[in-house]
Ligand binder design. Sequence first.
Ligand SMILES: NC(=O)c1ccc[n+]([C@@H]2O[C@H](COP(=O)([O-])OP(=O)(O)OC[C@H]3O[C@@H](n4cnc5c(N)ncnc54)[C@H](OP(=O)(O)O)[C@@H]3O)[C@@H](O)[C@H]2O)c1
Length: 327
Amino acid sequence: MQAIQVTRFGEPGVLALTELPDPAPGPGQVAIDVTHAAVGLIDVYIRQGLYKDREGLPQPPYVPGLEVAGTVRALGEGVTGFALGEKVVALSSGDGQGGYASVFIADQASVVSTEGHSIDPALAVAAIPNALMAHVALTRAGRLSEGESVLVHGALGALSAAFPGIARQLGAARVVGTVRAERMAAAAATKLPYDTVVDSARLPDALDGEKFDVIVDPVGGLVRTRSLDLLAPSGRLLLVGNASGDWNHGIDGNRIWYGNFTVTGFNSGGYLPTHPETFAPAARAALKAVADGLADVEIETLALADAATAHQRLEDHSANGRIVLTP
Ligand SMILES: NC(=O)c1ccc[n+]([C@@H]2O[C@H](COP(=O)([O-])OP(=O)(O)OC[C@H]3O[C@@H](n4cnc5c(N)ncnc54)[C@H](OP(=O)(O)O)[C@@H]3O)[C@@H](O)[C@H]2O)c1
């Protein structure tokens, strides 16, 4: 098979197109002919070596990529419920045998069938895994109830873009996004179901005193600190990433105490394996949200061989929406 390998931690240039033996599925596994592999900021961080000492994450040489769309190529021993050629989306455990390849081996439990949903595979891989994570994050960590309000930072980012549709599906009364000033034009054109999107540099004033029951924060830094001014009493602040790369802005514990706030982390890589019962309902919700047009993200398609360009674009913040690679 064709695959991209990270040959050593470093710059995007360490991503090299290579030929590897076709892998075969083991017991409980599904082999997938990959048509589209999504590129995420987490792939960039791992390639840079930011998490090189974290247990369970790969060491070079490894194949990156955590999300694929494609068709079932072969079934491992004991696998039922999938047919050869069936259209699927799958998530990787992050073991270094990832999705930037023409063949991907998934654990059966991480495969979602998209058959019968007429969802374009590029959109399927761009939106379904993140919508699945958004569902688990909002229901479990965020404990979102019908009629509540949600604020999403980095509103057009890959992970963030999945939250407004799932929040709507769960009955949120109002969903607002924040973006940097340079993204305001893109925000005005987005099809994502936000009520409004405001400039994050103008927080909290841009929201005119409005408070939110749940705030989703994959950005961190100053935006995270300012979120304490935007939480309603008993509000929940969900920390789901740190795209700003800013580790210097903390959260004042006394503010959490006075406001009866909950500040909670959600990391799907750690949560889903320990809460497997959340996967199936979240996958159903994600499929429905995407099929209902609630997660229509901008998608840019590049060839597998252009993985380095894709990573560079994410590092430069010049990607508009999601980048997917086609083997
Ligand atoms: N919790 C989980 O299970 C999970 C799953 C997937 C990803 N993540 C994490 O979520 C984060 C985002 O990943 P992604 O793939 O969605 O990346 P992405 O598509 O690059 O999105 C990042 C977003 O953050 C915004 N941003 C970056 N720096 C900012 C700053 N200083 N101020 C305001 N906004 C800023 C970006 O705005 P611009 O568009 O203006 O650059 C963009 O909207 C990463 O930390 C990733 O590790 C977590």
